[in-house]
Design a protein around this ligand. Structure first.
Ligand SMILES: *Cc1c(COP(=O)(O)O)cnc(C)c1O
Length: 428
């Protein structure tokens, strides 16, 4: 697979290089030179998820990695259910939250972890990342127990929920967690400083495993196929798919799927009041505003990092941006959407509820739609309980970590202290 840097098209890399580098020169995103098209769609849609995913990812990667390697990566990464659940007469939810950390990020993070573990040829590599909550859990869990990789996660002490903290600080083994006595920005600054320090970068073979890694997007293509496959078992028509969006990786993956030949009527980009994209789609002006905090906090992004890839797909395919609908919901509308789903018999959470409502606002009466369920309702327990006046039980994944001890080391927001800690813990 050949990819090029969207900022410097002359920089070309293989998939293996793109996975390891994350970003290209000047922080440019890697984008495939060629999007493979699958011509056996009916046959593909009839296959079980894992088998189909091997074919989809094989179309991108088999030439470079060999189909056997692709099969192994998929088998190790995709080992949980993703049911399409009927929410009401014309809307379905593809539930992507039955993985180990109860969020759709498990798909991308687990596949990326398998890729790095299998493709990195150096000695051990060290993943260093900062989290304000969810990403830390998905990354830590995805890399837990892998031989060639040590993971260090920094997070702001006391600034994330206890349950969130328990999900990634109780694992041990190759997962090292550091509670920093400051805020998220300070954690990010420490990570940045570590990447700029050549002793750490070279001595510990640092890698960021960040969310714009191309391996994550390829993995996410597979569940868009699964959404349509399950839908087509009940309907003859093609679905509209609504994507709750923050950094727009999820939508990018959907557009790649469509470009590969997946029959999707159109996509709806749904956001909270961080509405840079919906405003851009209706007014044509790219005008990010200051990020505001909302109850769908995983979508609190005003400068979505994957957007250049969305534009690149649209251009490569000769599509128009106007084929994508944009919808932004206020906090009040989000609560109303969540209540409406619940009254119809479907328990959801704020992110998915926004996408569900975006479907209702943009579908014609004859159309059917799928909204992507990106997180388990229990992950947003407080908001869901307050909005619906109900109690939300904890699923087994959260129940088992609840009473485990936190293994984090406490550090001040001080680079020298972090550097000493990294070498003391990870030197070998
Ligand atoms: C990350 C996240 C999103 C946004 O996904 P993007 O790919 O960044 O657009 C939506 N919902 C939840 C629950 C998330 O964790």
């Amino acid at each position: 697979m050949e990819l090029y840097n969207l900022k410097h098209p002359s920089q070309k890399v293989t998939f293996t290089q793109a996975v390891k580098l994350g970003l290209g020169r000047d922080r440019g995103l890697f984008f495939p030179t060629l999007i493979p098209v699958l011509d056996n769609m009916d046959e593909l849609l009839a296959m079980p998820f894992v088998e189909r995913s091997k074919q989809i990812l094989g179309a991108w990667l088999a030439q470079e990695l060999g189909q056997e390697m692709v099969d192994k990566l998929v088998d190790n990464a995709f080992n949980f259910e993703l049911p399409l659940v009927k929410a009401d007469d014309n809307r379905y939810c593809l539930e992507l939250f039955h993985g180990p950390t109860l969020a759709f990020k498990d798909f991308g993070a687990r596949f990326m972890a398998q890729c790095l573990n299998s493709l990195a040829t150096e000695d051990k590599i060290t993943i260093l990342t900062a989290t304000s909550g969810d990403t830390g859990a998905a990354v830590a869990d995805a890399f837990y127990g892998l031989d060639n990789i040590e993971v260090v996660v920094l997070y702001p002490k006391g600034k994330i929920s206890l349950l969130q903290e328990k999900m990634f600080t109780t694992l041990g083994d190759n997962i090292h967690t550091v509670a920093v006595a400051s805020d998220f920005d300070a954690c990010q600054d420490l990570v940045k400083a570590a990447f700029e320090d050549s002793d750490i970068r070279d001595g510990l073979h640092l890698n960021s495993a960040n969310s714009i890694n191309i391996s994550r997007l390829l993995a996410q293509i597979c569940y868009h196929f699964e959404a349509v496959a399950q839908f087509k078992r009940v309907h003859n028509s093609d679905p509209v798919i609504a994507v709750p969006s923050g950094n727009f990786g999820n939508l990018t993956a959907g557009l790649f799927a469509k470009a590969m030949g997946l029959p999707v009527k159109r996509f709806v980009a749904a956001t909270n009041s961080n509405d840079t994209v919906p405003r851009y789609l209706t007014l044509g002006d790219w005008a990010p505003q200051a990020t505001v905090a909302t109850m769908s906090n995983a979508m609190d992004v005003s400068e979505p990092s994957n957007w250049p890839r969305v534009e690149a797909i649209v251009e490569a395919m000769g599509w128009s941006l106007s084929d994508i609908s944009g919808v932004a919901l206020s906090e009040t509308d989000t609560e109303a959407a969540l209540s409406q789903l619940y009254q119809g018999g479907y328990l959801s959470e704020p992110h998915a509820a926004i996408a569900a409502q975006a479907l209702s606002m943009t579908m014609k009466p004859s159309e059917q739609g799928i909204f992507l369920g990106t997180a388990h309702p229990a992950k947003f327990k407080e908001v869901v309980e307050a909005c619906l006046s109900i109690e939300v039980g904890l699923p087994p994944a959260l129940e088992t970590v609840k009473d485990k001890p936190i293994l984090s080391v406490n550090l001040p927001a001080d680079f020298t202290a972090l550097k000493a800690h990294l070498f003391a813990t990870l030197s070998r």
